[in-house]
Design a protein around this ligand. Structure first.
Ligand code: PLP
Length: 558
């Protein structure tokens, strides 16, 4: 009897263990199904594979015919590069000299300098098209380099520049003047911080505010608060979305350590909603609304422009619908919905992305432009979520401090920014804003198509992505032709053009003329020669073959 009871108990335990592991397995399977199919959707695998990519590069011959172009086309390209190189050497000598000197000791410059084009082409490009990263002044929508060349600025200073550089010169100057008496005293506040908090509350529609030093820090704090209040471990970020360089939000390539408490899920996906609805370990969902322009794809830098698969299309209705459904599931499951508006806040609508898409978040992060031109990160949120201690557990706190948080000069520049932002003349800018920028994108696309150029742009308001309509291995060259035409881009190249909202029609037309001229020259120089048998797939296969060969036989000449 005793024996039978024990056996039964064992069977019972075994059955329970089996059921539990089946359930765990089922949950894991659901998680896998909610991942995006791309490599970016599989952060760990991407990191592992990245470690296998061998370095190799093209010599001065292969550089011109890596797509197996015939000799006459390679010759055209060679002559084109020589002409372009001459322009760079004669027009930008001091800017380039200074950049080269700085790159010896400033590691950031070494990094950005190395990642402007696919690495196979890097050596030849750097020898012939040295880029300068130095400027002496800015005015209107232009910047001027050390050699006195004026460029239309398409960098938007990483998104900080929403209203034009002169606007921020004003906010910084007036702010500094107002802080003259207090000086850089930290820890205590100047009274204008109260107005800042109230204005941000008004803009965000949320209850409380905290100040940090960068967007990355604001995101860290928002996630920490969500974990603290929900007592759950995991954050969900969407495939391809950037939220700064903190490890937990950058689980893939770029971070040497895996992020153990991050789920990278597919955006605009039923499977993701199912995971959110059924798992119990999810504290928060982070949304970067910029992803509406290219859901599930990382901001596509020109260094990864190996072919023409880059594609972008902003479907406002579909993205709005997705955000609404996400909101519902988060409310249902008490998951904290965080809108990371560090980049898009103040760009799309007076009340930011929440206003633009008509969806309320529980926590919102701002950064970049809200500092009035100075470094900043802001978290705002519901009162219950912003609280950093528990009344009934005094030792259980959610710590977040920082020496330079709420620096008086930053607060003063922010105050100037917020006042001017909320002034009726600035608010008026947002009326019909999308129509203006959609119209400009459409005009440029029409011109490019009429000229038979394989280039188009997609946009979310004044944020633009350039994409390419025919398979090619040389699209990344366009950034160099654009610069020669007086258009300056950030180090990610044609992956992102950021216009400030002070671009007039005349300014824009000048940019469009130069853009078309650059693309035409590039076409005349043969870079977009196309073998009809070539597809994006065949390009990728060819590169894969090269990589495998170099991995297996590194010392052999290929
Ligand atoms: C959406 C988003 N979140 C966070 C960050 C990080 O901000 P910061 O560079 O100020 O640390 C960025 C920066 O580009 C961003 O675009």
């Amino acid at each position: 009897m005793q024996w039978a009871t024990t056996t039964l108990a064992f069977y019972g335990l075994g059955a329970t263990a089996l059921a539990t592991s089946m359930l765990t397995l089922g949950r894991r399977l659901e998680l896998s199904q909610a991942k995006h199919r791309s490599l970016a959707g599989h952060a760990r695998m991407a990191r592992r594979l990245a470690g296998f990519v061998p370095f190799y590069d093209y010599d001065e011959d292969r550089f011109f015919d890596s797509d197996n172009a015939p000799a006459d086309i390679a010759g055209l390209r060679r002559a084109g590069l020589a002409r372009l190189s001459e322009v760079y050497k004669t027009r930008f000598p001091e800017t380039v000299r200074c950049s080269a000197e700085a790159a010896k000791t400033i590691s950031d410059l070494q990094f950005t300098g190395a990642y402007r084009v696919p690495f196979q082409y890097r050596r030849v490009v750097r020898a012939h098209l040295p880029l300068g990263t130095f400027l002496q002044s800015s005015e209107g929508v232009t910047v001027t380099d050390l050699d006195g060349n004026r460029f239309y600025d398409l960098t938007g200073s990483y998104g900080v520049n929403v209203f034009g550089y002169d606007f921020y010169k004003g906010t910084i100057e007036r702010g500094a003047a107002r802080m003259h008496e207090l000086g850089p005293v930290l820890g205590a506040y100047h009274p204008l911080i109260i107005e800042n908090a109230n204005r941000i509350r008004e803009i965000s529609g949320l209850d409380e505010v905290s100040f940090h030093m960068s967007g990355t820090e604001a995101v860290m704090q928002a996630v920490r608060l969500a974990r603290y209040h929900t007592r759950r471990s995991h954050l969900v970020r969407f495939c391809g979305a950037y939220h700064g360089w903190w490890g937990d939000v950058q689980p893939g390539i770029g971070n040497p350590q895996p992020a153990h408490e991050t789920y990278t899920l597919a955006e605009m996906s039923e499977e993701t909603l199912h995971v959110l609805r059924t798992r119990r370990d999810i504290a928060c969902v982070l949304v970067n609304p910029e992803q509406g322009l290219h859901p599930n794809a990382p901001a596509p830098t020109d260094s990864s422009l190996l072919d023409s698969t880059r594609s972008s299309h902003f479907d406002r209705e579909a993205y709005t619908d997705w955000l609404k459904r996400l909101r519902d599931v988060c409310s249902e499951r008490n998951i904290v919905l965080i809108f990371d508006e560090v980049f898009v806040g103040f760009r799309l609508a007076p009340g930011g992305a929440q206003d633009y898409f008509g969806v309320r978040a529980d926590l919102v992060t701002y950064g970049k432009t809200i500092g009035g031109g100075l470094p900043i990160g802001v978290v705002c949120g519901r009162k219950d979520l912003m609280k950093r201690f528990r009344d009934d557990r005094p030792a259980d706190i959610c710590f977040a401090r920082g020496t330079f948080n709420a620096h008086p000069y930053v607060m003063a520049a922010m105050n100037e920014f917020l006042r001017q932002f909320q002034a009726p003349e600035t608010q008026a800018l947002y009326r019909g804003l999308d129509a203006v920028w959609d119209g400009r994108a459409k005009r440029l696309n029409r011109r490019l198509a009429e000229e038979g150029l394989p280039v188009q742009v997609a946009n979310m308001s004044a944020l633009w992505v350039v994409y390419y309509t025919q398979p090619s291995r040389y699209n990344w060259m366009l950034q160099y032709y654009l610069r020669a035409q007086g258009l300056t881009l950030s180090w990610v190249g044609t992956a992102r053009l950021i216009f400030s909202l002070n671009y007039t029609d005349a300014d824009f037309d000048a940019v469009a003329d130069r853009f078309v001229a650059a693309a035409k020259t590039m076409q005349q120089d043969g870079w977009w020669w196309h073998d009809p048998a070539t597809t994006n797939k065949t390009i990728r296969q060819a590169i894969m073959k090269e990589m495998i060969a170099h991995r297996l036989f590194p010392s052999r000449k290929h």
